[in-house]
Design a binder for this molecule. Structure first.
Ligand code: NDP
Length: 293
């Protein structure tokens, strides 16, 4: 049995961060510019707090400025919107990220769309979603951007390949499908109402799983040699221990796939690296400079 190549997202992300760090140093030296990322966290969600802390650490390690704004869970919408307006106007801030989910009393669509699209490093504003969908220069959501980078690295040109995206969220599934379509793949978007998901997957040269259900996609659903990108992060109890698994049954799929991302160590590290890449890109565009290489 041929074993799949395991795509090392951790090493890939480290190389990307290295390139970003070098570009940041060049911006400083040649243009006296330091990219700045503002992260806004409302409330005490423990997983969100970990993400925000890691984003801050990696932002500073790349030589960028990190501005963290922690607001209480009962923050009023008007106060959050006032903070976003200040960040929109602040020339030291090139990227603004509002950590989701927001507490229930806040309307996340309203809050996200208050971000200046030029500083919308998550790519969640309506303007950036529309730009991505129409093939115009956009800020692209970090998780799908990282997935596309790994696919391009592994496969080169994606033209004509059958790609199946399982999941249709605004954060992962839909923008992933847009990116694959833009790369000339033949794209199928599957979701909870899809009939015979196994058959849909068996036709795919590329499977991107973004479902949030542990090991739902089975090994024998994977076409021999296909490339599998597992976005899922699911915490499960196994042998009395808590561990993370993806949406793909990794042990089952590894004998079928040509290449597969592990969980952890696949898509996850690429997501934050792409946030840094987007912040650098935003800084360049806001200052009228060419996009970084
Ligand atoms: P959502 O819950 O927003 O979306 C899940 C999607 O999966 C929905 O479109 C849903 O369909 C679909 N779905 C649910 N059950 C099935 C099923 N039985 N068969 C087919 N499709 C199904 O999740 P997200 O997109 O936000 O996240 C997906 C996963 O990725 C999660 O595990 C999350 O933790 C992880 N994630 C990882 C990131 C990373 O950096 N690695 C970043 C973001 C997310 P329907 O629309 O019909 O309900």
């Amino acid at each position: 049995d041929k074993q799949a190549n395991i795509i090392d997202g951790k090493a890939f992300a480290a190389r990307l961060r290295g390139r970003i760090g070098a570009e940041v140093a060049r911006l400083k030296a040649e243009h006296d510019l330091t990219p700045g990322l503002a992260v806004v966290l409302v409330g005490e969600d423990p997983a969100s707090a970990v993400y925000v802390r890691n984003k801050g650490i990696q932002t500073r390690e790349a030589g960028m400025n990190s501005f963290e704004h922690k607001l209480p869970a009962d923050t009023k919408a008007e106060d959050l919107l006032a903070l976003i307006a200040r960040l929109n106007a602040d020339p030291a801030v090139h990227g603004i990220l509002v950590q989701l989910p927001l507490p229930d009393h806040l309307d996340s669509d309203l809050v996200i769309n208050a971000i200046d699209p030029a500083k919308d490093v998550d790519g969640f504003t309506i303007l950036n979603v529309g730009r991505l969908g129409t093939g115009q220069s956009a800020m692209v959501p970090c998780t799908p951007l990282g997935c596309l980078m790994m696919l391009n690295d592994r496969l080169g040109d994606l033209s004509g390949l059958n790609a199946v995206v399982v999941g249709r969220s605004n954060i992962v599934g839909k923008p992933m499908a847009q990116l694959l379509l833009g790369a000339n793949a033949t794209v199928t978007i599957a979701h909870s109402r899809t009939r015979d998901l196994a058959a849909v997957c068996r036709n795919a040269d590329i499977v991107v799983a973004a479902v949030g259900r542990p090991e739902m996609i089975k090994g024998d659903w994977i076409k021999p040699g296909a490339t599998v990108i597992d976005v899922g992060i699911n915490r499960v109890e196994r042998d009395g221990k808590s561990r993370l698994v993806g949406d793909v049954d990794f042990a089952g799929a590894v004998g079928h796939a040509g290449a597969i991302t592990p969980v952890p160590g696949g898509v996850g590290p690429m997501t934050i690296a792409c946030l840094l890449a987007n912040t650098l890109t935003a800084c360049c565009r806001i200052n009228g400079l060419a996009d970084p290489a």
